[in-house]
Design a protein around this ligand. Structure first.
Ligand code: NAG
Ligand code: NAG
Ligand code: NAG
Ligand code: NAG
Ligand code: NAG
Ligand code: NAG
Ligand code: NAG
Ligand code: NAG
Ligand code: NAG
Ligand code: NAG
Ligand code: NAG
Length: 604
């Protein structure tokens, strides 16, 4: 009986609902479908050029997408106080009047994407105290004006991507203290709107894409202490980040992809100790240096796809005790050594495909860890050596791994003793050729056991040869060549003895002249760098040359005087100089009288 009563009640309830439904559907606006139970008015794709009247007052969702609406006038939706969702996407809107949405005090979502808005007047969004989501993407908006969102205190997510934004006014985001997510993808900004962003103190996610930036200045995101996820991508001119550009942020996720960064921005990142996700894909980064990511203690994922990466140095991921995903596919890595990681035990996902991998002992650890590592369906492939070329890591059987993934220790081939004695000023070469698998790297140490580089007077040439140019006495000693590869190292020592100028000559002339120049000689003696354009030796030589030329001039003089005196037989003490006085023309008889004179001078 009870059951029968229930059934009857249910029957009447259904009939009642139907009647109510019919009653409510009747006043639905022309050309719209009203779904009264769901409180939806579907006016989508009805070729409407004005907002239809007669939409039931209790409608919660009004869908006006894909029509021909051009303008929204003041208080356009005033009766719809129950409206929660308003979708105006895909229309031809160019104009929104001030207070167009006034009265929609319960509206939660407003969509205006894919219209032709160029500007939204201040006050256009007034009277929307509860809107949480606003989509103005894919319009032609050029500027965001001061206080344009002022009365949208509840706004949590603002989608403003794909506009022609060239300017965001300093107070454009005023009043948006609750905004959590802002998307500014694909706009034409050429700088970060630092001042405007600083008002978004509650922001948690920020996306920028296709900005015309060249650098990210210091304090770009100050005041955004709650930001967790920052994405900057497709900035082809962005080639540097100022050291303090990310200052004030406490990110857990950072994407800087498709930009022009040529190195991992170690110092801008180092304070992000809560960072878990880092994506630097598609930047021209060739090396991950050792020990420079160690501050990112909680880092779990690193993506560096398609960067042309050549080398991950040993210790690159030291201290990263939670590191679980490395995505370095599509790069130029020949290998990835276990020593790069803090511990490979935490690593779960490894994307190493698309690299010219050399399958030798350095990658043995990957093979050994196959049961615990996931390649996510993209198993790496061997490119060298020839016997395993083209085989994927998943192919190898446990049995053949120890035989194939091998290395041959570095071995120096030039074993002949190289003991060179030479005079100062000569150039000497020491050879150090080595082989091994993988090809060993060659390092030279000087007699003080510090590493020599490829530049300077004493340098290592590209083929491993050591070159000592203009050998000096202090270059003497034993030099050590070390060839090393993953399987081990080998070394050989060579000796150089440089003989200087005779010590006595150096000593004497040095002390003779340098008394007045003791400061110069002191520094020059301490190290090879010369504070003056000449050194002691040059001075000595110049002085010696000066003396020589002085002495030879004197000698020539004496020789000349000797011959002169010889030609006269004896040295005279008087000189007689004949002179012809000026001829004085006399008129007497047209004749000329010449007067000759004589003058005697005493020589001392
Ligand atoms: C709204 O109407 C359009 C056009 O008639 C239709 O394509 C669409 O599926 C409808 N949407 C809903 C949610 O009923
Ligand atoms: C409005 O209708 C279109 C087409 O049916 C649909 O794609 C869109 O999601 C609807 N909007 C809302 C807010 O339901
Ligand atoms: C924005 O950038 C795009 C692509 O670079 C360009 O086509 C468009 O004209 C720019 N718009 C403005 C307003 O500068
Ligand atoms: C950024 O700040 C650092 C540290 O204060 C400073 O050394 C550097 O010069 C600044 N860079 C720029 C571009 O202002
Ligand atoms: C990227 O940087 C390189 C040098 O680091 C420069 O030659 C190149 O022009 C830059 N690319 C762009 C698009 O600015
Ligand atoms: C930084 O973020 C982490 C995780 O989001 C949080 O636990 C930590 O308290 C934040 N630190 C500061 C100084 O805000
Ligand atoms: C690695 O990066 C590529 C390219 O960005 C992406 O498609 C792939 O999903 C990433 N793999 C993992 C495991 O995240
Ligand atoms: C290495 O290069 C230098 C100069 O380029 C050359 O003189 C020397 O012979 C080379 N050494 C070897 C072992 O090929
Ligand atoms: C060379 O190998 C030895 C052990 O084989 C090791 O102790 C040493 O550190 C290595 N030296 C270099 C420079 O790699
Ligand atoms: C000068 O000669 C003496 C001994 O002849 C030697 O002890 C001294 O080191 C020399 N000084 C210099 C600067 O060569
Ligand atoms: C060279 O001398 C200058 C001045 O005495 C000193 O500051 C510098 O450290 C020296 N350099 C070397 C490599 O000894």
């Amino acid at each position: 009986m009870c059951v029968a009563a229930d059934w009857r009640r249910l029957y009447w309830w259904v009939v009642l609902q139907w009647l109510v439904g019919v009653a409510l559907s009747a006043p639905c606006a022309q050309r719209c479908d009203c779904l009264p139970k769901l409180l939806i008015a579907n006016c989508s794709s009805r070729q409407l050029s004005i907002v239809p009247s007669g939409v039931p007052d209790n409608t919660q969702t009004l869908n006006l997408t894909n029509n021909h609406l051009k303008t929204l006038s003041r208080r356009q939706f005033s009766g719809l106080t129950q409206l929660r969702e308003l979708d105006l996407s895909d229309n031809l809107l160019t104009m929104i009047e001030v207070e167009a949405f006034a009265g929609l005090q319960n509206l939660l979502e407003l969509r205006l994407s894919r219209n032709r808005l160029k500007i939204i007047p201040v006050g256009g969004f007034s009277g929307l105290p509860n809107v949480q989501f606003l989509d103005i993407s894919e319009n032609e908006i050029l500027v965001l004006l001061d206080d344009m969102f002022r009365e949208m205190a509840s706004l949590q997510k603002l989608e403003a991507s794909e506009n022609d934004l060239v300017f965001i006014s300093n107070h454009a985001f005023g009043g948006l203290a609750n905004l959590q997510e802002l998307n500014l993808d694909r706009c034409n900004l050429t700088s970060v709107p630092i001042e405007a962003l600083s008002q978004l103190t509650g922001l948690m996610r920020l996306r920028f894409c296709r900005l015309g930036l060249t650098t990210l200045p210091n304090n770009s995101f100050r005041q955004l202490g709650r930001l967790q996820d920052l994405q900057v991508s497709q900035c082809p001119w962005l080639d540097s980040l100022a050291a303090n550009s990310l200052f004030g942020l406490n990110l857990t996720s950072l994407t800087l992809s498709h930009c022009n960064l040529s190195a991992v921005p170690y110092s801008p990142l180092h304070h992000l100790v809560y960072l878990r996700y880092l994506d630097l894909s598609y930047n021209p980064i060739t090396t991950i240096l050792s020990n420079l990511l160690g501050d990112l203690l909680r880092l779990q994922e690193l993506h560096l796809v398609g960067t042309g990466l050549l080398r991950i140095e040993p210790g690159a991921f030291r201290n990263l005790a939670f590191f679980r995903l490395l995505n370095v596919s599509e790069n130029r890595l020949a290998t990835l050594e276990e020593s790069a990681f803090h511990s490979v035990g935490t690593l779960e996902i490894l994307r190493l495909d698309g690299n010219p991998l050399a399958c030798d002992c350095r990658l043995l650890w990957v093979m050994r860890r196959r049961p615990w590592l996931r390649f996510e369906g993209h198993s790496p492939t061997c490119v060298t050596p020839v016997p395993v070329q083209g085989r994927t890591f998943a192919d190898f059987t446990e049995v053949e791994i120890p035989r194939l993934f091998t290395c041959r220790q570095a071995r120096i081939l030039t074993r002949k003793p190289q003991d060179v004695r030479t005079d100062e000023g000569h150039t000497i070469l020491f050879f150090c050729a080595a082989d091994g698998d993988p090809a060993p790297s060659i390092t030279w140490l000087n007699p003080k056991r510090s590493v020599l580089t490829g530049s300077g007077r004493i340098r290592v040439l590209a083929n491993g040869t050591l070159e000592v140019r203009y050998a000096q006495v202090q270059d003497s000693g034993y030099y050590l060549c070390i060839a090393s590869n993953a399987a081990g190292n080998d070394s050989v020592s060579v000796s150089l003895r440089v003989r200087g100028f005779p010590a006595s000559a150096r000593n004497r002339s040095g002390s003779f002249f340098l008394e007045g120049w003791s400061f110069a000689s002191g520094q020059a003696a301490v190290n090879g760098s010369q504070p003056f354009p000449f050194d002691v030796k040059t001075l000595v030589i110049a002085v010696t040359m000066g003396f020589l030329s002085f002495l030879s001039s004197v000698a020539v003089c004496f020789v000349f005087m000797f011959f002169w005196s010889q030609s006269k037989g004896q040295i005279k003490h008087t000189a007689t100089i004949d002179f012809v006085p000026r001829s004085t023309a006399t008129a007497s008889g047209g004749g000329r009288t010449m007067e000759t004179g004589r003058f005697t001078m005493k020589l001392i």
